[in-house]
Design a protein around this ligand. Structure first.
Ligand SMILES: O=P(O)(O)OC[C@H]1O[C@H](O)[C@H](O)[C@@H](O)[C@@H]1O
Length: 525
C-alpha cells in the first residue's frame, strides 16, 4: 500500500482537463429530471444517497473514480478493519467497525479476539439493562430506576445524545421506550444543576462515560453528581456505573455499581456503537433496539467495502466532498436533516468530521499544503431555513449542502391543514430547497436575484428506524475515513485539543504569566 500526499496524486491532472459542470443549466434542462432518477446509490436499511444536484458529470465522476483507485481507498479500508496500525500518531489500531460486526480477518491483540471482546461487553450491557428494567437491579429501597443520566463530554456525549434523541420518538411510538435519558456534559455548573433539578434523583441511574478516565469536565461532573446524591441521603455507588477503557483510572473502582469496557482502538467520536452509546441506549430503549441500530451500521460498513465508488455511497460522498473542497475550493459543508429527531446529529457530525480531518500535517506528521477537512455546521430543517439559509442562497461563499429526509414521520401523529399534512409540508420544503439552491431564479431586482449553482446531495429514507440511524451514522463515519485517506491524514487522533487543556490547568493552578494572566483576570479568576 502506498501513502501519497493528496497533491502527489497523478490523477489530479484529470481535473485540469475537465471543466466544472454548470449545475443550474443541467438541472434546468430536460436532463434534470433524469438525473434525479439515475444519480443515486442505495445505502443500507433502505436509505438512498442521491447526488443529482451535485455539480459532477460523467467526466468528473470518472476522474474521481481514478482518484479513488490511485489513493487505494478500498485497500486502506480493508487494512483498517483487518487490524493495521491506522492511528499513526498514537500507534493504535482503529476498530470501531468491529463493535458492530466482523468485516474481515479476526483481529487478535495480546491474545484477545477484539470482536469477541466488544460483543461480550455488549452482552454484559444487555444483561445489565434487562435487570434494571425488571427491577432486579434497583435503588437502595429496592425501587426501580426510572431515568438514566449520562455524564460525559465530546465523543462520550455528542454521539450518544444525538442517537438517543434520534430514536426517542420512534421508541415511544413502537412500545420500546423504557426510561428517559438525560445528559450532563458541560463543566458549567448550570448544566448539571439544571439536569439534576429536572429529575427524580432517588430513581436515577448515572453512567459515567470517559474513555480516558481523565477528562476534567467529566470528573468534575462526577463529583458534582456524587455530592448531590449524598445530599439526598443516597449512596453514590448504588446509583452509578462507568463506561471506560480497561486501562483508565476509572476501571475497577469502588465508586461504581459496575463498569463496562471499551479500549484504545475505539476513538471517542467513533464510539457510539461501543458501550459508550450502548449503555445509555440499551437502558433507554432496551438492548434489542440497540442491537438493531448496530445491524444498520454493520450493513453500511459492508457496503463501504465495494471497490467501485459508483456503487459505494460512503466512498462516493467522500470523493464528491474532496472535489468540492480541493478542486472547487469550497470551505464548508452544511448538514441539514429534515427530521426533528436528528436535531443534534449536525453537532455530532461536527466533532466527527472536524476533529478527524481538521489537520495540517499528514499521517507521518509532515506539513501538507492543500485544504483538508471543511467547516461543518447545520440545523434541522425547516428551522434552518428561517435562520442561516439567507447566506446559503445569496451569500458570497458557495456552501455544499447535505440534506437528509424521510418519507414518514416517527410519531404516528399528524394533521392535515389546508390540504397537506405537516410531514408533507416538511418534505415539500426539502424538494423546494434543493431546486432553489441549484437552479436559482432570475430577477431584475438584484436583491431578489438567486444565482443558483449551489450543490447539494440528499440521503432519503422511508422512516428513521434504529437500522436507518445506524446506517446513517456509519455512512458519515466511513465518508470521513475515506476523505482522510485521500488527504493522507491520520483521522483518528486529536492533538489540536490538548494545548487549551494544558493552559486551563495552568490557570487553575495559578501558574500563569503574561497575557494568560491578563485573560484570567478578565474572567475574574
Ligand atoms: O471519553 P473521554 O476520554 O473523557 O474524552 C472525551 C473527549 O475529550 C477529548 O478532549 C477529545 O477532544 C474528544 O475526542 C473526546 O471524545
Amino acid at each position: 500500500m502506498e501513502w501519497k500526499n493528496f497533491d502527489q496524486l497523478e490523477s489530479l491532472r484529470l481535473f485540469a482537463e475537465t471543466k466544472p459542470m454548470d449545475l443550474k443549466e443541467t438541472l434546468d434542462s430536460a436532463a434534470g429530471a433524469t438525473r434525479v432518477e439515475t444519480c443515486h446509490v442505495p445505502m443500507a436499511a433502505g436509505l438512498d444517497y442521491n447526488y443529482a444536484a451535485k455539480a459532477v458529470d460523467q467526466k468528473i465522476l470518472l476522474a474521481l473514480v481514478k482518484l479513488a483507485e490511485e489513493a487505494q481507498l478500498a485497500d486502506k479500508y480493508r487494512a483498517l478493519y483487518n487490524g493495521a496500525m491506522m492511528n499513526t500518531g498514537e500507534q493504535r489500531l482503529v476498530l470501531h467497525q468491529l463493535t458492530r460486526g466482523q468485516l474481515g480477518d479476526d483481529v487478535v491483540v495480546d491474545g484477545v479476539n477484539k470482536r469477541d471482546f466488544y460483543r461480550k461487553e455488549q452482552e454484559r450491557i444487555a444483561d445489565f439493562a434487562n435487570q434494571v428494567h425488571r427491577g432486579q437491579i434497583s435503588n437502595e429501597k429496592g425501587e426501580k430506576f426510572t431515568s438514566v443520566v449520562q455524564i460525559g463530554i465530546g465523543g462520550s456525549d455528542l454521539g450518544p445524545r444525538a442517537m438517543y434523541l434520534a430514536l426517542e420518538g420512534w421508541a415511544k411510538t413502537n412500545q420500546s421506550f423504557q426510561m428517559d435519558a438525560h445528559f450532563i456534559s458541560n463543566v458549567d455548573p448550570d448544566d448539571a444543576t439544571a439536569v439534576l433539578s429536572g429529575i427524580d434523583v432517588a430513581h436515577a441511574i448515572f453512567i459515567l462515560v470517559s474513555k480516558s478516565g481523565t477528562t476534567l469536565e467529566t470528573l468534575t461532573n462526577q463529583a458534582f453528581v456524587m455530592d448531590a446524591l449524598r445530599k439526598e441521603g443516597l449512596e453514590p455507588a448504588r446509583h452509578m456505573i462507568a463506561v471506560t477503557s480497561e486501562t483508565s483510572p476509572l476501571a475497577h473502582s469502588d465508586d461504581f455499581l459496575t463498569a463496562f469496557y471499551m479500549d484504545d482502538f475505539i476513538g471517542g467520536r467513533y464510539s457510539s456503537t461501543s458501550g459508550v452509546g450502548g449503555a445509555v441506549l440499551s437502558l433507554a430503549f432496551g438492548p434489542e433496539i440497540f442491537d438493531r441500530f448496530l445491524q444498520g451500521a454493520h450493513a453500511e460498513d459492508l457496503l463501504a467495502k465495494e471497490t467501485d465508488p459508483m456503487k459505494n455511497p460512503d466512498m462516493l460522498d467522500a470523493l464528491i466532498g474532496v472535489y468540492e473542497r480541493n478542486i472547487l475550493g469550497y470551505p464548508s459543508t452544511a448538514v441539514l436533516p429534515y427530521s426533528q429527531a436528528l436535531s443534534r446529529f449536525p453537532a455530532h457530525l461536527q466533532q466527527l468530521d472536524m476533529e478527524s480531518n481538521g489537520k495540517s500535517v499528514n499521517r507521518d506528521g509532515q506539513p501538507v499544503d492543500y485544504p483538508t477537512g471543511p467547516v461543518i455546521f447545520g440545523e434541522p430543517g425547516t428551522n434552518g431555513q428561517h435562520s442561516f439559509y439567507q447566506l446559503l442562497h445569496q451569500g458570497t461563499d458557495i456552501i455544499p449542502l447535505q440534506f437528509v429526509g424521510f418519507k414518514r414521520s416517527q410519531r404516528a401523529n399528524d394533521v392535515t391543514i389546508e390540504g397537506s399534512s405537516s410531514q408533507q409540508k416538511l418534505d415539500a420544503n426539502v424538494a423546494a430547497q434543493i431546486v432553489a439552491f441549484a437552479c436559482g431564479k432570475e430577477d431584475e431586482n438584484r436583491n431578489k436575484n438567486f444565482k443558483g449553482g449551489r450543490p447539494s446531495s440528499i440521503i432519503v429514507g422511508e422512516e428513521l428506524t434504529p437500522e436507518a440511524l445506524g446506517a446513517l451514522l456509519a455512512h458519515f463515519e466511513n465518508k470521513i475515513m475515506f476523505q482522510g485517506f485521500v488527504w493522507n491524514l491520520n483521522s483518528f487522533d486529536q492533538e489540536g485539543v490538548q494545548l487549551g487543556k494544558t493552559l486551563a490547568r495552568k490557570v487553575l493552578s495559578g501558574q500563569t504569566q503574561g497575557v494568560l494572566t491578563a485573560y484570567s483576570r478578565l474572567l475574574g479568576l
